[in-house]
Design a protein around this ligand. Structure first.
Ligand SMILES: NC(=O)c1ccc[n+]([C@@H]2O[C@H](COP(=O)([O-])OP(=O)(O)OC[C@H]3O[C@@H](n4cnc5c(N)ncnc54)[C@H](O)[C@@H]3O)[C@@H](O)[C@H]2O)c1
Length: 459
């Protein structure tokens, strides 16, 4: 594996004015012998491991899921857009070792926490995974270790939730051990922005922690932005994601209005984005998906309530975005109605169940709300997604036991309606438009096709 260096060491950080644990850790960061442990080897943790191993740091990957550890040890990736070769290269270089043995946390000089931060049933922050991870670390915390929380969460989590657990070790933060927050900005499937090429925001609990956190990330990523506290870094991540959620809600609302007026929202956005300042393009869709955008704003609304404030803007955006699947269904009803059909007993194929194009991640995908609705109305449902061979079971949804259909002219012609919910690149949309009697396009995937499109409805 080619070891990459981003930033040459400037002035050495291991000054004699600091505690001994600081100096030791600083030195091992400088000479890249510091072992980087990552807790949680999912969509965020694995690319991060790769960034540090590529920078020449030995890495240890921890996960409670034994099957994942077995697969990683065998050099097999369980994430579609991360190739097996990436793993085998790291394993061959001896800079990566996956393990489920939490006793080995002691071996890591730096521990990055990348575990899930979902919502509870009542849509409040569920910090169970962060807490249990911090407890595992606290049991073995030793002087000279640095802990960095990367999971997305509300401002205050590192200080109010992680720190008290770590302090149960009896060690002192800023002197014996170090604590920081650095939000993950992973964009799964985006080849232009792999983990090492995305600038990273870093906030330390104290100056010593901030200095060390800045130094370790400088070894592995293209740019590091040090901010004045963990809370600023936490709030920054939530701002980034809320900004997306609110802007997507805006274009979703405009989509419905413009449709009524016979105006194509996609063409409007393409025109607006030619403005070289003051406008950033966001696109409408069948609803929000993924681990972040549908969830993170609720972390903020929860902490706002705790602080006696309301976040009406964010709540409204959530309302609009979650109503999108119903809008898509109404468009399908309209299209079928024109053909003298109802959803009941119609053969309807959902094209795409991953939450975004070219990834295999179905979490929070609006496709599962569409499935609920279509089954509720009695559709004869099928689906096709080259990245998701079988429908996974999902919390809060009754998912039927279905396998992905191959898209052939015969299959498409046998359907009453095809709903494009995810615009995977490898799908032949020309064939879809040519053979399906009715196409509901929620992603503008059919825009560039040079065929008559009387059977296509944008939704
Ligand atoms: N997926 C993204 O694109 C993305 C982007 C930015 C931020 N984030 C945030 O990063 C965090 C992780 O997200 P993800 O998508 O990688 O989740 P994921 O579900 O893909 O991976 C999390 C991993 O943590 C493991 N895990 C759970 N409890 C553990 C424990 N106690 N010890 C060790 N491992 C444990 C799980 O088995 C799983 O493999 C979340 O807070 C998420 O909001 C995700």
């Amino acid at each position: 594996m080619r070891i990459r260096t981003f930033l040459p060491a400037e002035t050495p950080i291991s000054t004699t004015l600091r505690s001994e644990p600081f100096q030791k850790l600083a030195q091992s960061i400088e000479d890249r012998t510091a072992c980087v442990g990552v807790m949680g080897l999912g969509y965020v943790g694995l690319p991060l491991i790769h960034a540090f191993a590529s920078a020449g740091h030995p890495t240890l990957g921890f996960d409670v899921d034994e099957r994942k550890i077995e697969q990683l040890t065998a050099g097999k990736s369980y994430i579609g857009h991360l190739p097996d070769e990436m793993l085998t290269e790291m394993l061959d270089s001896k800079l990566f070792e996956p393990t489920s043995e939490m006793n080995r946390l002691e071996e890591a000089d730096i521990i990055l926490i990348c575990v899930p931060t979902p919502l509870s049933e009542s849509r409040d922050p569920d910090l169970r995974y962060v807490e249990s991870t911090a407890e595992e670390i606290a049991k073995r915390l030793r002087p000279g270790q640095m802990i960095v929380l990367e999971s997305t969460t509300y401002p205050g989590t590192t200080k109010d939730c992680v720190l008290p657990i770590l302090e149960q070790s009896g060690l002192k933060v800023g002197e014996d051990f170090f604590l920081a927050y650095s939000p993950e900005r992973e964009d799964p499937g985006n080849k232009d922005y792999t983990a090492s090429r995305i600038p990273k925001v870093v906030g330390g609990h104290d100056e010593a922690s901030a200095t060390l956190a800045e130094a370790i990330y400088k070894n592995a990523v293209v740019d590091v932005i040090k901010v004045s506290s963990c809370e600023i870094a936490e709030a920054c991540k939530i701002l980034e994601n809320t900004y997306r959620a609110v802007n997507i809600a805006l274009v979703n609302e405009l989509k419905m209005l413009y449709d009524r007026m016979g105006i194509d929202i996609w063409e409007v956005i393409d025109a607006a984005k030619t403005k070289p300042f003051g406008f950033q393009a966001f696109y409408p869709g069948p609803g929000l998906g993924g681990h972040c955008i549908p969830i993170d704003p609720f972390y903020l609304t929860w902490v706002a309530r705790k602080n006696g404030c309301s976040t009406r803007f964010i709540e409204l955006a959530g309302e609009i975005n979650t109503s999108m699947p119903k809008y898509v269904i109404s468009k399908a009803m309209e299209g079928l109605n024109h053909q003298g059909k109802a959803i009941r007993n119609s053969k309807i194929c959902l094209l795409g169940v991953a939450y975004k194009k070219d990834v295999d991640d179905p979490r929070e995908s609006p496709s599962f709300v569409l499935i609920d609705e279509l089954l509720h109305f009695g559709a004869d449902l099928s689906y096709s997604d080259p990245f998701v061979p079988k429908l996974p079971s999902m919390r809060n949804h009754n998912v039927p036991d279905l396998a992905s259909e191959d898209l052939t002219p015969e299959f498409l012609a046998s359907q009453d309606c095809v709903i494009i919910a995810t615009d995977h690149t490898e799908v032949d949309y020309e064939m879809v438009v040519q053979y399906a009697p009715l196409v509901i396009d929620t992603r503008n995937a059919t825009a560039k096709i040079n065929l008559p499109k009387e059977n296509v409805i944008k939704a």
